[in-house]
Design a binder for this molecule. Structure first.
Ligand code: AVJ
Length: 323
């Protein structure tokens, strides 16, 4: 456990998982090559994602923030005072500040896979909000998650905050399982505040994942740098190209890395053959119409309290509770 401020602690659950790259090797040696999007988030990947959120073409972050600003009082009315807020994939923690400002929250639990990023933002928040206990957890929440016992106290009101449409990274079935897991974690009267990207014109979606400056391409390619460093792989970044498109039939943006020649990549004692133009599928970003998401939420054990959206219905924010 790491402590720098008296109201801050970091619990690292990732350290124990020394096999956390086994999945990467397994999915790279499958017939259809893929890599889980969580491997996008090393330190530099988290920085690049922050840059993506500032891009003109990337509407989700800006739109979600504007929805939150416009309806903040109403959102806060759903959150019980003196409650604990647990955030999955906290990243730079910009949105959470709007909730912490309210003075209603006495414990904040950010959970993120990027340790250095989590430590920095937890430290800053504990300085800025000395009355709030900040418990940062370094973990891969797509695998099993063990929250500290005292957090599981059912008498303590809890709100889970899952912004940014990260739920879109999950397959439909997995999204259902993940939401059900959160519902099971909560007690009667607790809630989930979740941001979900909405289906829209393919051109807008296409541009959001194919920005002019090429930041999304860098973000995608950095995954290979991450594997080179962590696994001693020898991916040559000049021989792979970013490719992202909207798959309308499946309602998702797909991100791939395309091998631009026939080549062999070595990872440890494994040699992986890439055909020319063969791709590694690195991310899915599912989009949900508002009613599709509402149905998913109620089938996962939640009761819909309220949905907020922006005037163009680009993005949606939902407050769900458990009975
Ligand atoms: C963090 C998963 C919500 O899917 O839009 C941004 C990640 N990938 N640009 C998304 C991402 C490419 C982002 N999520």
């Amino acid at each position: 456990m790491i402590k720098t401020q008296s109201n801050m602690r970091i619990i690292d659950q990732l350290q124990e998982q020394n096999n956390r790259f086994d999945e990467a090797i397994e999915s790279l040696t499958a017939t259809k090559k893929s890599l889980q999007p969580k491997f996008l988030y090393d330190k530099y990947g988290s920085v690049l994602f922050e840059q993506i959120t500032q891009l003109e073409e990337y509407y989700p972050t800006r739109t979600e923030l504007s929805i939150m600003e416009g309806s903040l009082d109403e959102i806060l009315r759903h959150i019980s005072s003196r409650s604990t807020v647990i955030e999955f994939g906290s990243g730079a923690s910009r949105k959470i500040r709007m909730l912490l400002e309210s003075g209603m929250i006495d414990e904040y639990v950010p959970i993120d896979i990027s340790k250095s990023f989590l430590m920095e933002s937890s430290e800053q928040l504990s300085v800025d909000y000395p009355a709030i206990q900040v418990t940062g957890i370094v973990a891969d929440y797509t695998n099993e998650l063990n929250l500290p016992k005292e957090l599981m106290d059912a008498t303590k009101k809890k709100t889970v905050f899952f912004p940014g449409s990260t739920i879109g990274n999950f397959e439909k079935k997995e999204a259902h399982n993940f939401l059900s897991m959160i519902a099971a974690l909560l007690s009667s009267g607790d809630g989930l505040l979740i941001g979900v990207d909405v289906k829209k014109a393919p051109r807008i979606l296409h541009n959001a994942y194919n920005d002019k400056e090429g930041i999304t391409a860098k973000f995608n390619l950095n995954l290979l740098t991450h594997l080179n460093r962590e696994l001693g792989a020898d991916f040559n970044l000049n021989q792979f190209e970013h490719y992202a498109f909207y798959n309308a039939e499946l309602g998702r943006v797909e991100m791939h890395l395309v091998s631009m020649e026939e080549q062999v990549v070595t990872i440890g004692n494994k040699s992986i053959l890439f055909n020319n133009h063969e791709t590694i599928h690195t991310e899915n970003s599912y989009k949900y119409s508002i009613s599709e998401f509402q149905q998913l939420a109620s089938s996962s054990g939640f009761v819909l309290e309220k949905t907020w959206t922006d005037p163009k219905e680009l993005f949606s924010l939902h407050y769900l509770s458990v009975l």
